[in-house]
Design a protein around this ligand. Structure first.
Ligand code: C5J
Length: 223
C-alpha cells in the first residue's frame, strides 16, 4: 500500500498528503506581541512571545515554497463593538479594554494598526486572512467553508497564545474532523508553565486532539 508523506511527531507520524495541508498562523498581531501593546497592558511578558517569530518566519517561507495554503487569523471586533459580547468586554481586570484607545490604535479593533499582523509575518496578497471575534478560528468565521472548498484535511498550527487561541482552534478543528499538528517552537504563551502543559495536553492520551512536533523536524520533511 502507498503511504502518504508524513512528519515525525508526538504521539506518532503526522500525515502530509499532497494538496491537503494548510499552515495556520494564529493571531500574530501587534496588539499581542509589541511592547506597549494590549498584551503587555494586561500585565504579560511579551518577550515570551517574541521567540516564536524567527522559527515561524522560517516555517512560513518553507510553506510558501512548498505551495501550502496559508491562513492567517486575527482576533478582533467591529469598530462599533456590535460583535463583542459584554461578557468578553468585562473579562479580566485590564487597564485598557477592547475598543479603548491604546498605543497602537483602538485595542483589537479591525482596521487599527495594533490589530494587524506584525511586519515580519505579513500575509501575502493571495493568502487567506480570517477575522475572528473569539478565541477559536472556526467560531463566527468562514474558515470551515474555505478549508472544505480547498480540500484541506491537515492543519499545521502556529501562533499565539498556546493555551488560548491555539488550543481553542485545535480543539475546534479536531471536533470538525481535521487533523492538527502544533509546532512547539512556533506557538507561544506569556506563561512558560502554560506553554509546557498546553503542549502536553494535546498529545496526552494518544493524541487526544492533535499532534506536536517542532519546526526543524517539519522543515526536514516539507518539500
Ligand atoms: C488571547 C489569543 N490570549 N490570541 N488571544 O486572548 O490567544
Amino acid at each position: 500500500s502507498f503511504d502518504p508523506p508524513s512528519v515525525p511527531a508526538a504521539p506518532g507520524p503526522f500525515p502530509l498528503p499532497a494538496g491537503q495541508v494548510a499552515l495556520v498562523v494564529i493571531d500574530m498581531q501587534r496588539d499581542f506581541l509589541l511592547p506597549g501593546g494590549f498584551g503587555e497592558t494586561l500585565g504579560n511578558d511579551v518577550d515570551q512571545l517574541a521567540a516564536v517569530v524567527p522559527p515561524l518566519q522560517r516555517v512560513l517561507a518553507a510553506a510558501r515554497d512548498a505551495g501550502l495554503m496559508i491562513i492567517h487569523t486575527r482576533e478582533g471586533h467591529r469598530p462599533d463593538l456590535s460583535d463583542l459580547p459584554p461578557a468578553k468586554l468585562r473579562r479580566g481586570l485590564p487597564s485598557l479594554r477592547i475598543g479603548d484607545q491604546g498605543r497602537y490604535g483602538r485595542i483589537l479593533i479591525r482596521g487599527e494598526y495594533g490589530h494587524d499582523i506584525i511586519d515580519e509575518l505579513a500575509p501575502l496578497p493571495d493568502e487567506t486572512v480570517i477575522d475572528k471575534p473569539g478565541k477559536g478560528s472556526f467560531y463566527g468565521t468562514d474558515l470551515q467553508a474555505i478549508l472544505t472548498e480547498a480540500g484541506i484535511t491537515q492543519l499545521i498550527v502556529t501562533g499565539v497564545t498556546t493555551e488560548v487561541c491555539v488550543h481553542t482552534t485545535v480543539r475546534e478543528a479536531n471536533d470538525r474532523g481535521y487533523e492538527a499538528l502544533v509546532l512547539s517552537d512556533c506557538v507561544g504563551s506569556y506563561f512558560p508553565e502554560f506553554q509546557r502543559v498546553g503542549l502536553d495536553m494535546i498529545t496526552a492520551q494518544g493524541g487526544i486532539f492533535g499532534w506536536v512536533t517542532d519546526s526543524a523536524t517539519l522543515l526536514q520533511h516539507l518539500s
